[in-house]
Design a protein around this ligand. Structure first.
Ligand code: GLN
Length: 545
């Protein structure tokens, strides 16, 4: 029988529930269990695809092309759980499904209600993940939002029903709270007490508490929390602020025996914990020498979550390359009015120059000319450049404008009137007017050409990566672009779409139409990120000689 763990949060948002749930998943995998991760999102959007990265952070794309919450990215980085459309459940999807069924007359004249119809739909979706693979041992279900929010009530109610139906030994409630520090350094337990009361009002007694706090809770505080919340003292854990990396959290939880307590509560006999891959990752972290400064030239710079997977992939690449990656976040619009971008990118810039430039994915016209300037600067100064999706299109625009001399070359996304549309809407996209889930999404195959950086990175010409875009390199410019030296380095298997371009006579300049960041893990960096950072490191050390 499958076991379920519901992870909820209290007191306030942004406590790192996704990382806590993922870390627990990693620990249970270390015990040899087969873990699946599910996210329940209380928002009414059907998926995250239409949400602004400014408000909600990045859209994480799965193999099957679902546009999901960024927490699925955490699951992918910490665990081996397969992730697809089924692993991301939103209020919007649930209501959409129930209303469709109602319109089809499938409720046989009954009044359709939150309980049982909405909760049944949520339950069916959670159980469907459990049924996908008969070897699944544990399903960890993270409930987004904070207990007490109106929106999360149906999800908590579903958890209550599942606990009631399957029994406490099969279903655990893990609740994450915050212990704020007041003047004098005292940690306050009251918000945690209230948060657990709010859970009890929903009919759920948490089994395990994970308390976010600046430091490890002492025994007296744990006992006090236990006394007020009906949770055993040995089931009160601390997720203290880490100065190293979030990837240390599985080890921090393991030291406190979180996995032991979870397994004994569920009556699961498991093998001895094997966390060797996490331990060796932390050894690589501690052994890093020197650093590289990577300029991220994009448009959603204020919110770290907007390019979350890109930043994480750079960090992973640094672990593999033995260097610290310093992120230099540059709003591309800052480059727009400048004749010479050296003052921001070059050695005279505040903090020193950048050793590499990455232009990440993005949509819309704002800031584009600044990105083109950054690409041209990297090309001419032989600074490693990595273009991800939009960043590849920027390389193509720069090449057309500055090498071919097609002055107004552009993507039709930014200028519909251009005489040289070097990037344009894919044919099949031309008639689409709806915004949700209408892009080229999810895993697509591409084939790398011989003697290319991309082939060297993957070590295999057959590549499968995730996509999320509408626009493409325009084929009638292939001949002119490559005659001038731009390497068209990978194509779709039918040869119709260009998937990768590379600069000639350059230490490392490459752009891909896909998003390799989604498959990067702390224990194995995405190949292109790994090689980009290695190139930046090598160029930097040569410069220092
Ligand atoms: N806006 C571009 C497109 O739709 C790039 C998308 C992206 O970077 N994800 O093709």
């Amino acid at each position: 029988m499958n076991k379920f763990i519901f992870v909820s949060g209290g007191v306030c948002s942004s406590l790192g529930k996704g990382v806590a749930a993922s870390s627990l998943g990693a620990l249970l995998e270390g015990r040899g269990l087969n873990v699946r991760m599910v996210k329940c999102d209380p928002y009414i959007n059907v998926d995250a695809g239409t949400m602004s990265p400014y408000q909600h952070g990045e859209v994480y794309v799965t193999d099957d092309g679902a546009e999901t919450d960024l927490d699925l990215g955490n699951y992918a980085r910490f665990t081996k759980s397969p992730l697809s459309r089924a692993n991301s459940i939103t209020t919007g999807q649930v209501y959409d499904a129930v209303i469709r069924k109602e319109r089809e007359g499938r409720y046989l004249g009954r009044c359709v209600q939150v309980i049982p119809h909405i909760t049944d739909e949520i339950k069916a979706r959670i159980l469907a993940v459990a049924k996908e693979d008969p070897d699944t041992d544990v399903i960890i279900v993270e409930i987004g939002g904070t207990v007490g929010d109106i929106e999360s009530i149906p999800f908590l109610e579903t958890a209550r029903q599942i606990i009631h139906e399957m029994g406490r030994e099969n279903v655990l409630s893990v609740h994450l709270t915050l212990l704020p520090e007041v003047a004098g350094g005292e940690l306050k337990t009251k918000p945690t007490q209230h948060s657990v009361k709010a859970m009890q009002e929903q009919g759920i007694q948490p089994d395990i508490l994970i308390c976010r706090a600046p430091v490890m809770l002492d025994e007296a505080t744990r006992r006090k929390i236990a006394l007020f919340t009906n949770v055993a003292p040995d089931a009160v854990f601390t997720s203290y602020d880490v100065s190293t990396t979030i990837y240390e959290i599985p080890l921090i939880f393991s030291e406190q025996k979180l996995d032991q307590v979870v397994l004994s509560r569920m009556g699961v006999v498991s093998r001895h914990a094997d966390l060797s891959s996490w331990c060796s990752m932390m050894e690589r972290f501690a052994a890093r020498k020197g650093k590289v400064r990577i300029g991220i030239v994009g448009k959603y710079m204020e919110l770290h979550d907007a390019y979350k997977s890109v930043y994480e992939a750079l960090f992973h690449a640094g672990l593999e390359g033995g260097v610290e990656v310093e992120l230099v976040k540059i709003d591309s619009s800052r480059l727009e009015g400048l004749d010479n971008v050296d003052s921001i990118l070059g050695p005279e810039a505040e903090g020193g120059g950048v050793d590499g430039i990455l232009v990440p994915g993005g949509f819309g016209q704002r800031g584009i000319s600044g990105m083109v300037k950054a690409a041209a600067w990297a090309r001419l100064n032989k600074v490693p450049y990595f273009g991800v999706c939009l960043g590849m299109q920027i390389m193509v625009i720069d090449w057309a404008r500055h090498v071919l001399g097609l002055e107004d070359a552009d993507s039709t996304e930014f200028n519909q009137e251009t005489r040289h549309p070097v990037v344009s809407l894919m044919e099949e996209q031309e008639d689409i007017t709806a915004y949700g889930a209408t892009m080229r999404l999810g895993n697509w195959d591409c084939v790398a050409e011989q003697n290319t950086l991309i082939l060297a990175a993957y070590g295999d010409k057959d590549i499968r990566e995730r996509h999320r875009h509408r626009y493409e390199f325009v084929n009638r410019y292939r001949q002119e672009m490559s005659a001038a030296g731009l390497r068209l380095a990978a194509f779709t298997p039918d040869g119709k779409l260009v998937e990768c371009v590379e600069w000639p006579d350059h230490p490392w300049g490459l752009g891909v139409q896909f998003h390799p960041e989604f498959k990067s893990k702390p224990t194995s960096a995405a190949p292109l990120f790994r090689d980009f950072i290695a190139a930046a490191r090598d160029v930097r050390s040569k410069g220092a000689q």
